[in-house]
Design a protein around this ligand. Sequence first.
Ligand code: SIN
Length: 298
Amino acid sequence: MQVIEQKNAVHVQPSGAALGADVAGVDLSQDLSETEQEIIKQAWADNLVLRFRRQPKLEVEDLVRFSRYFGDLDKAPPASTQMGEDFAWQHPEITVISNVVANGKPIGDLGSSEAVWHSDMTYNPKPPKGSALYAIEIPPAGGNTQFANMYLAYETLPDRLKSRIADLRCVHDASRNSAGGLRKGYVDNTDPRETVGATHPMVRVHPVTGKKCLFLGRRRKAYIVGLELEDSEALLNELWQHACQDSFVWTQEWQLGDLVLWDNRCTMHRRDAFDPNTRRLLYRTQVTGEEVLAAAEA
Ligand code: SIN
């Protein structure tokens, strides 16, 4: 990964880990020039996750304008059943991630418990290409977000597993979010063969870089089409154990005003738990993605 420098300010500093870079010298409350956008897009393709540290206070409109540089925006996913007033009526593109309770109901999703490894909204036929997450309130401890590099996860698989999954497809469960909350409009099922959600290739080709990556999405109630349930579970367990190892991971330790932009096609993420008596509030957007293509289709 190379450091890109430009006279008029944008500076990209890779984290030194398997993915992630800091981008300095841009104020996301302002329009970005074409040149700034190009540098950021290249840095995104190179580093998979970008962090814009301690931005000045951004309004919802600023987050939406910045996210639109990367494409159209998806609507927020269905909220979980315990959530209170739906923020989406006002800002359909914003997902509120929060444990804050107002008038006896959570104002956002995912609470304060751990959010397990996943990519966003992969239960949709066209999962988002990326997500931007902006920190408005941060707890004094915990609540860090980890990202894992799925190019590396694929490249380091033993050949036996690469050939085994080359033509396999997997069903991605839509019913529960990454913190385990049942989404409004879904019923629980116990048999992965009956999982409701999109089916995608397990190895996808990234439409921008042309590189292959492992595309797992979410473990809970996943099912590999055409396999006996027992074989599907065993193969998924093996792949998941490989995919989330420390050497593929970079951790975002949040500071107020941080904005993190991740490529949802070639990364997964998870979040640590934090003290439920402290407050955490972030706004997220999702950039509309494309059909997930396997090598033979790309
Ligand atoms: C998410 O999974 O999109 C939210 C991650 C976080 O709360 O840090």
